[in-house]
Design a protein around this ligand. Sequence first.
Ligand SMILES: NC(=O)c1ccc[n+]([C@@H]2O[C@H](COP(=O)([O-])OP(=O)(O)OC[C@H]3O[C@@H](n4cnc5c(N)ncnc54)[C@H](O)[C@@H]3O)[C@@H](O)[C@H]2O)c1
Length: 261
Amino acid sequence: MTENSGRKRALVTGAAGGLGREIAMQLASKGCNIGLVDIDSRGTTETARLCRGLGADIEEIVGDFTAEGAPESAVNRLRVKWGGLDILVNNAGYGVIEPFLDMSYKSWQRTLSLNTATLALACAAAGRVMKEQSSGRIINITSPASRMALPDYAAYAASKAGVDSITRAAAVALAPFGVLVNSLSPGMMDTEMQRSTEADLARVNGRDDLQAFLDERTRRVPLGRRAEISEVAEAVAWLCLDAPAYMTAERLNMSGGMDKD
Ligand SMILES: NC(=O)c1ccc[n+]([C@@H]2O[C@H](COP(=O)([O-])OP(=O)(O)OC[C@H]3O[C@@H](n4cnc5c(N)ncnc54)[C@H](O)[C@@H]3O)[C@@H](O)[C@H]2O)c1
C-alpha cells in the first residue's frame, strides 16, 4: 500500500501489549497503517493479527529499539514501504523499583536509554521525514511520575521528566514545518508493567497485603478509579488524528486528576 491509499501511516513503539497494543488497534480502526515496534516478537505478532483484522496494513519491526540506529531504521522501513510517515507514538517504556540508596548503574542505563535517549532519537528520525512532508504528529507517552518525588522509582521518574523536556524541544524544533509534538500522561492502568511495578513497590515497602496496598493507591486518584487502557488510547488517537493544528508542546493529562497542571 502506498501514500496514495489515503490511509495515515503510523509508527507505534512498545506495541506488543498494554497501552501500545490498544493504541495500535484504535489507530487501525480509524484507518491507519501501522509499523509495530517491540522487543517481544510474540506479542507483536498478536497485535499485528488484531490490527489486520481491523483492516490495517502492518509492518512488524521486532528488536531492541535502544540499539544504535534502531529508530532511524524503523522510520526508514516505513518511509520505503508507504512513502512517508504521518504519526509517531513513542510509547515503549521501562521502569524498575529500586530503593534510592540501592540504585544500580544497570537500571539507570536501561531506563534512560529507552525512555529518554531513544525517544529523542525517534522524534528526530520521524521529524526529518515529517519536515519534508510539511506535516506529521508525534505523541510521547510521559507519566505523572515525571513531576513526583518517587524515591523507589527515581530513574523512571527522571526519565519521564526527560520526556517532558524532549517534547518541548521537539515541538519548537518542528513547529516551523507544521509538525506537532505533544505528550500524554496516563494514570494508573492495569498493564503488565504496572502490575509488576506495584508488586515490587509493595515488597520494598514491607507491605504484605498487596490488594490493600493497591486499593489505597487507587483511592488517591481523585476520580477514585484506575484508568481503562482503552480510554487512554482514545485520547492518544485523538492527539494523532483529530486535535486542532494549533496544539503543540502540550501535555495532555489522562490521570483522573492526579496531574493537575
Ligand atoms: N501502566 C501504567 O499505569 C502507566 C502509567 C503512566 C505511564 N505509563 C507509560 O505508558 C507506556 C506503556 O506502558 P504499559 O503500561 O503499556 O507497559 P508495558 O510494559 O505493558 O509495555 C511496554 C512495551 O515496551 C516494550 N519494550 C520494552 N523495552 C523495549 C525495547 N528495548 N525495545 C522495544 N520495545 C521495548 C515491552 O516489550 C512492552 O511491550 C510506557 O511509556 C509507560 O511508562 C504507563
